[in-house]
Design a protein around this ligand. Sequence first.
Ligand SMILES: N[C@@H](CCC(=O)N[C@@H](CS)C(=O)NCC(=O)O)C(=O)O
Length: 250
Amino acid sequence: MRVCRPVDRKWRMTMRMLNTGSSAWGVRARMAIYAKGEALERQVELVPPRGPLNMPDFKAEFRFGRVPTLWLEDGFILQESEAIMDYFDDLQPDPPLKPDTILDRARMRMLIRLTDGSVLNHLSILFRSRNPLTRDQAAVDAALLGLADGYDRLEYHMPGGDYAIAGRLTLADCTLVPTIWLTLDFLPFFDAPSVLLTRPKLARYWQAVQRDPIVARIVSEMSIHLRAARAARIAAEAAEQAQSANMLSR
Ligand SMILES: N[C@@H](CCC(=O)N[C@@H](CS)C(=O)NCC(=O)O)C(=O)O
């Protein structure tokens, strides 16, 4: 996903960010860049990991490698998506991605932490359990219950508008948008109903927030990336099956 742009003397890439098309944590940091506009977008080169994140050569290159990782010009490394989003927001304050009032800022943090600690922890288990032949059904059932509880918490705390908080795009939307998108995408693998069916504030939010052009861009990138990744996986599995059938027939 290397982003190549024509050389323009006005802009200089000063940062590199390890990113993938559909990591919930990577996408939120990328969405914060897009929300800041061209000035920041042109300073950050998005680079994909050279291979799967759990491969030894990836870990050998940088033991703590994770998506997202931000390399700064002076050699400093920033990790943890919330810290990276905060850094972008402070680096280029306009447009602000944090609410104006102290209370709304705290509520924004609450929504981010709830998403990480009560939703994505369970969604990660579901992500690893997509294959019905190898999944641990007890772990899946517990993750589905946990996920429902996490979304109940979000539903309770969401103010009920078109954006997560403060009536405009904030770091809470950068966090919620990829998470809700991935949840809606994964749940059919488990024959589970949409998390939006019984949660009217979240359902309204999801419908409204997609009208924001930054959100629409991120959602479109995620669906293109996941479609391509799934097609590649199916092709690789078919090639593997053909190879083992070939070996058996010898
Ligand atoms: N708390 C971290 C989570 C980042 C994370 O777990 N990223 C995944 C990508 S989906 C990853 O890099 N996993 C590989 C690993 O942890 O070794 C954040 O907010 O940035």
